[in-house]
Design a binder for this molecule. Structure first.
Ligand code: NAD
Length: 389
């Protein structure tokens, strides 16, 4: 048998002003909400708006706002405690991927036994229905609102756990581009390249299939055409709208296909050096593309032809090379640093290279790459990316 399965949220509300659906939709699913967000989202006023819509619908709520980037199991434990003590029966995640991922883990653990780490690699499967989750992204990057994935760092072994099971899919996604307007340039750049990496890896993955291909291609085109504008002119609602739409498409594409080597190598950097996920992906993308390009030349040509139909019939090498150089150039224009200029200590980096390479392989993502690397090759790629210019 050779078939594919597609997982999606039950409903997706999309477009300017869609945040107003949060109260009405939460009301259908429960009576007391845990709102998982952070203090920056509070400062920019989105939390208050969310509260307003919940109150209007007659849903009571309690906030958990302690989330910081690259969330750990510590936040999950704390937020779960609040959920249980306050008898919350529905969860609203309002924020970037860090808030949404924490909320996903809480939703599953509220109704299922065991430690979160047991769910990694499907060692344990969530058998009970999780608490219903409404995911409202404020970054255009992870697509977590529409993926069955959560990424949480295990503080016992410093491994960024990528956990993928249907139970981690939010019930409702509310994708309102207005919530990304306040995103500062650095976050717009990092999250935008994250979305691009999802779409690109979903397309070149060994697990790609026709459903994910179309979403991935659309996402790549939207990002290549709008990310720089969203970065340079953050108040351009049209560019923001296209970016958050692309981010969601990229999320659906990779969670139903897969991510590959960039993500596999990126997670250990996040776990050990606390580099935000989008930035570590962006730091690796050019080096990994150079490494993989010969093995996915046809896929790169298809991307090139989708982006510019006029290149049909041009030599494959030229078309694929242009795709790679356009992406590298975009990263340059977005001011993506290399690992060294980010401030990572070279000696410390050298000391953990082998652990990072082993953790990358263990995550399974490199095995989906068109060219499957050995641990030794990953070490070389890390070294190259460290000083990439
Ligand atoms: P984030 O959630 O960590 O947010 C980064 C920073 O931006 C935070 O300080 C946050 O407060 C701030 N921020 C968010 N929205 C803002 C806005 N509109 N205005 C101003 N500031 C804003 O960043 P992220 O890139 O969205 O999420 C990263 C996490 O998601 C990582 O842990 C990564 O591994 C994970 N991830 C998950 C999936 C998935 O499918 N579950 C996919 C990719 C990445």
């Amino acid at each position: 048998m050779n078939f594919s399965t597609v997982h999606l949220p039950k409903s997706i509300f999309y477009g300017e002003g869609s945040l107003e659906k949060v109260g009405e939709e939460a009301k259908k699913l429960g009576s007391k909400a845990l709102v998982v967000s952070d203090n920056i989202i509070k400062e920019v006023g989105y939390l208050e708006k969310c509260h307003h819509y919940l109150e209007q619908a007659g849903v009571s709520y309690v906030d958990y706002l302690e989330i910081a980037s690259e969330p750990t199991d510590h936040y999950v434990t704390e937020a779960l405690k609040v959920t249980n003590e306050e008898a919350c029966d529905v969860i609203v995640a309002l924020g970037g991927g860090s808030c949404i991922d924490t909320a996903k883990a809480v939703a599953v653990l509220a109704t299922n036994d065991g430690e979160l780490s047991e769910y990694m690699g499907a060692k344990r499967i969530a058998e009970n229905k999780p608490l219903p989750l409404l995911a409202v992204p404020t970054t255009a990057g992870t697509g977590s609102e529409a993926t069955d994935v959560t990424v949480i760092t295990n503080t016992k072994n410093d491994v960024k756990m990528m956990i993928k099971q249907p139970a981690f899919m939010p019930e409702i996604a509310i994708v309102d581009p207005i919530l990304t307007i306040s995103s500062p340039k650095s976050i717009t750049a990092a999250t935008g390249v994250d979305a691009l990496t999802h779409a690109l890896e979903a397309y070149i993955s060994r697990k790609a299939h026709p459903f994910t291909d179309q979403l991935a291609l659309s996402a790549i085109k939207l990002i290549m055409e709008n990310l720089l504008e969203a970065y340079n002119n953050g108040s351009n609602v049209e560019a923001r709208e296209k970016m958050i739409y692309a981010s969601m498409l990229g999320g659906i594409a990779f969670s139903n296909s897969s991510v590959c080597l960039v993500h596999g190598m990126s997670r250990p950097i996040g776990a050990l050096f606390h580099v935000p996920h989008g930035i570590s992906n962006a730091m690796l993308l050019p080096t990994v593309l150079e490494y993989s390009k010969e093995s996915c030349i046809d896929r790169l040509v298809e991307i090139g032809e989708y982006l510019s139909p006029g290149v049909k019939g041009f030599p494959k090498g030229e078309v694929s090379e242009n795709v790679v150089s356009d992406i590298v150039e975009l990263c340059e224009k977005l001011g993506i640093p290399n690992l060294k200029s980010w401030g990572i200590n070279e000696e410390q980096f050298e000391q953990v290279l082998e652990k990072m390479a082993a953790d990358a392989i263990a995550s399974g993502s490199p095995g989906n790459n068109p060219k499957i690397p050995t641990e030794e090759e990953i070490v070389v790629l890390y070294k190259k990316a460290f000083v990439y210019e």
